[in-house]
Design a binder for this molecule. Sequence first.
Ligand code: ATP
Ligand code: MG
Length: 400
Amino acid sequence: MNYDHILIRYGEMALKGKNIKQFIIKLQENIHQKIKHFEGVKVIRTQGRMFVLLNGNEPEPIIEKLKNVFGIHSLSLAIRVENSEEQIKEGALYALKKEEKAKTFKVTVKRITKDFPIPSQQMNQILGGHLLTNTDGITVDVHEPDVEVRVEIRKEATYITSGSIRCRGGLPVGTSGKSLLLLSGGIDSPVAGFLAMKRGVQLEAIHFHSPPFTSERAKQKVLDLTQTLTKYGKSIKVHIVPFTKLQQEIFREMPNDYAMTIMRRMMFRISERICEQEEILSLTSGENLGQVASQTMQSMHTINEVTNYPIIRPLIAMDKQEVIEISQEIGTYETSIQPYEDCCTIFVPKSPKTKPKREKVNYYESHHDFTPTMEETIKGIETIKITEKTVMDQSFEDLL
Ligand code: ATP
Ligand code: MG
């Protein structure tokens, strides 16, 4: 006997009424996408649960992949046995013995099919007795057991688990539409992207770079960050905007203290154009209230004027330390702190307005026509599709 399945629980989605079907299909598809390179694995859907059939594969690398699939609440190694009392007894004993350190246990039986003749409560007692007789030094504790042996008797078979691994929860990527992430090389925006993905959003990314003031390495950094984000979802398209000329024009033509505000407005205008082209309905940014000059309430009010697209700002209520902790946990931090400057750090005015006004900025902008340079900039956008590296690719890299 051996653990031959992984049981997947998807809590929150059970609440989603009539969307549930679409959610489950998406989750199954996303799981399949992440583990299909393991030979022979299958993702099986059944009422209220999903199972991965391991088909001889080691479970650990598959579990590592599943831990990053949004929509999964928790998972457990499971053994599948026939719906017979003898088989279930044997399976439950196996599951308990797998937890070597356990001193106490309880059994929880759920009978999902009434085809199985023994009621749950009675089955609980039968299994409890069987486990006590066939082990040494383990006792029952129904309140705080070291191990809960869970037995689900389903129509097709019985699944038995002992441990449980918490996952990220959230919603399957792709169930909440698409958003365009304004991705700098900093700490915040990748975390914002991650959190949007957690709510089921499929991302594309846009990055403004200003060669030769920003290096090729700064662009690579953004692609590396995107690569890390693909771990939590699917491929991500990155739109690289050649921003130098427009940025220089802004700093030449506009009052210095308003240049940053106007530059941000341009970023939103250009982003909106990508959205139209790619059928994306919102923007996502790493803005946070009160951190820097461009992130005051007045500043957001003035910058936001140029777009009526919803802007998702997942970090708005977070402290910097919280953001840093998430970035460390999701693996973007080390890349983000590499010292390659982005376009915003280079073109920083001496004293940017912390309270820019809409009237003023509109007045300044009306004195110069940015349209030709803006159109040229949009024409120069380069789009790169970043796909997740599979386990195979990574081990291949390790060999080099
Ligand atoms: P981050 O850590 O994400 O760089 P930040 O704290 O440096 O954020 P700002 O420089 O004010 O804050 O930028 C606010 C947001 O504007 C960023 O989180 C990002 O979403 C967007 N942004 C800034 N610079 C760029 C860029 N070069 N390309 C794309 N988006 C950008
Ligand atoms: Mg930044």
